[in-house]
Write a protein that binds this ligand. Sequence first.
Ligand SMILES: [Zn+2]
Length: 542
Amino acid sequence: MNRRNVHLLAVLAFAGSLIHAQGRVLPDQVRTTADRITADQLKRDLDFLASDELLGRNTPSPGFDKAAEYIVARLTKAGLKPLGDEGTFYQRYEMHNTQIETAAAGLEIDGKRFALGSDFVVRSLAASLSGTFPVVYVGHGWTIPAKNIDPFAGVDLKGKLVLAHGPRALPKGIEIQQIGRITVGATNVVAEAARRGAAGVIFIPHGVSDEAWSEMRTQTVGRRELVPPVPSVYAAAPSTALLLSRATAEALLAGERISGAEMMGLGTTADYPPSFELSKRVSVSLPVRTTVHRPYNVVALIEGSDPVLKNEYITIESHLDGAVSTPAVKGDGIYNSADDNASGSAANLSIAELMTTAPRAKRSMIFIWDSGEEQGLWGTRHFVGNPPVPLERIVAHINIDMIGATRAPGSPDAAESRVTAANDVLLIGPGVLSRSVDALLERVNSEYLKIGFDRSWDKPESEFFYPRTDAGPFLERGILTVGFTTGIHDRYHLPSDEAAALDPKKMERIARTIFASAWVLADAAERPRIDQPIPSTVLRFK
Ligand SMILES: [Zn+2]
């Protein structure tokens, strides 16, 4: 090859690289940094976080503390800035664990005593409940403004007990749309009773099988909730609700306008009688004892490079806690919570560490390992209620929850249709919320690993779109959410959710894709934003 040709080739190569550079959103240096996320490192972190030693990382627990120490040590070494309380990585909140003093609990009707567990059970506990109360019957107890259904109209409930059929009675001929914990266009009796200042709710049993009843009798219902509570669909029940046995319901309604037998004969969908106040009062004794806990999130910051845009933020979050429960299954009593969510937590750790070595994006990034997700999104609710930066400056929230499962042949989930295929990940959020961000993420992906984005959970009416994850509290406050997951399998929330069932190679591809996506969102010239209507199924809180 002669010199002139070499020169010509160099010119062509230069021109080619310019065209290339202009057409791409993912810089080579960012891609090569993302390439340093390895299956080996992810596997080591996954194995530690999901080890028997950590006992599934319950909130709060010594196992969770060990997991958090592990994350914090690595963040410190990588040089991320602490964004928790008083210059630490720990953002604490208060959680109250309230339990009923069962021995002293009971009801009194017409001078007769009824005992917890045999004559009534507690369905939800909001606070202690003690005193003698008037009782107001409200039928099915649903309010549906669009259908002019309001059994509470014209009745004073302040300081009274609300009596309704339940817990699953419905107005006749009305279908109520339920998506996870969301009821679209209707309010149930437990919420409405609280809103109207009632003391509590009593259910006349409807649709309660003998089997369900005997199971409920042995359960002790307590309340574990962050204090002060941050509003969310995942907040604990706002009213204390008791479910009566059939015999207790008969005793309560004896001598009233309508007998217990007649009431219980109405079924779960009926034209229930109009509301009325009972002639008798009911005495309730439901004393509680409360212990106060201080769980925490781990929160870290990488500052952006742009003097103005660094005041905007991308949050990248994974819940570090697991769903720890009882009993032992097949002799295994440790709920390792490997896929849910040691997998996401390990990915988030590699992403955060390596992000410090990448070229700085214009916007800042906040990395969160939260707690209490499995209990009621405590950590993320506390975060949005007490944000370390103004919420309106968080431009997008990335949620990583369960990313280790695969339907690849030979894997434990090969026949599991709810798990994504070998090269696929469920992408939740941008397809509904933002055409511009969706297009940007597709572009990043097409320039990099070309993972298949599975959109099957991306339907506004899907319970998985909202509110099943930590993305919920962010979306409830109008923040764009982007969720990554490989789906649900039959190890979900069981002791068998162990690291050995997961695919670190797939985790690597997903973590690299999230790394590249987060960087491009943080560096985009235009602020990433919601440009589609937020579905009406999403409740909104300030
Ligand atoms: Zn999870």
